[in-house]
Design a protein around this ligand. Structure first.
Ligand code: URA
Length: 241
């Protein structure tokens, strides 16, 4: 249980500086459990605390864990160079509370992207020692062949990588479509592996991380949702649970 004054609560949730949060409260823009609270020193238990700001409801969360169905033409960097950041697809207060993408997808890759402000979670999810499988659906320029599947399963040599990299599993799903499961997350890995195997990736979508699938989340492109404990548990491979 944690007790905090209302101005500190709003600041922790990313609603701006302490001064700005105090102004919102004094101006009568904040209600807790349905009642306007205009004294910013009022203390609340944060556990399960619901509040509204400008009439919009929020639940206090110590950390946030989000899934986004990333569209093409957005960059995962918070300081993007050629396209808008994925952060522009989320409510503004998530950037204020330092939410960041867990790993990166290329600007033209679509699909499942996790975001959080929990440093330990981000670190654990990004650690190669965790062996979290990531599933990609790639569209290829040349038709998919049995030889391509065999090469990706056997391992292909990438420039700058000391040892060949292999897909954990791989299967043809269409004439020009291949599903590839990787445990590592090297730079442009799927595209580079397909190129090293003599084909070319024309579109790429991440469809699952661990046991969490984009289909189950039912997010339209550009939509996001909070992840609950059950969904977070799907991200941990059974051998690490
Ligand atoms: N592999 C790639 O080539 N690009 C991505 O965005 C993710 C994996």
């Amino acid at each position: 249980m944690s007790k905090l004054s209302l101005d500190k609560i709003l600041q922790s949730q990313g609603f701006g500086t302490r001064k700005w949060c105090r102004e919102l409260i004094v101006d009568g823009e904040v209600a807790v459990h349905g009642y306007v609270v205009s004294d910013y020193r009022t203390v609340f238990d944060t556990e399960g605390l619901e509040f509204t700001i400008f009439g919009v409801s929020w639940l206090y969360r110590e950390h946030v864990y989000l899934a986004l169905n990333k569209p093409a033409d957005f960059e995962c960097s918070r300081k993007p160079s050629h396209h808008p950041s994925v952060m522009t697809l989320l409510p503004e207060q998530f950037a204020w509370r330092d939410v960041q993408p867990v790993g990166r997808l290329d600007h033209d890759t679509t699909g499942l992207l996790l975001l959080s402000d929990d440093g330990a979670f981000i670190h654990a999810q990004s650690s190669p020692r965790r062996h979290i499988p990531k599933l990609y659906l790639a569209t290829t320029h040349a038709p998919v062949t049995g030889q391509l599947v065999a090469q990706l399963l056997g391992g292909v040599k990438l420039h700058d990588e000391p040892a060949p990299l292999a897909a954990l599993s791989c299967r043809q799903v269409g004439e020009h479509e291949i599903e590839i499961v990787l445990e590592q997350g090297k730079y442009h890995q799927v595209k580079r592996m397909l190129a090293a195997a003599g084909n070319h990736c024309t579109a790429l979508r991440r469809t699952a991380i661990g046991g969490l699938t984009l289909d189950a989340l039912e997010l339209e492109e550009g939509e996001w949702c909070y992840l609950d404990d059950e969904q977070l548990a799907l991200l941990v491979p059974e051998s690490n649970a």
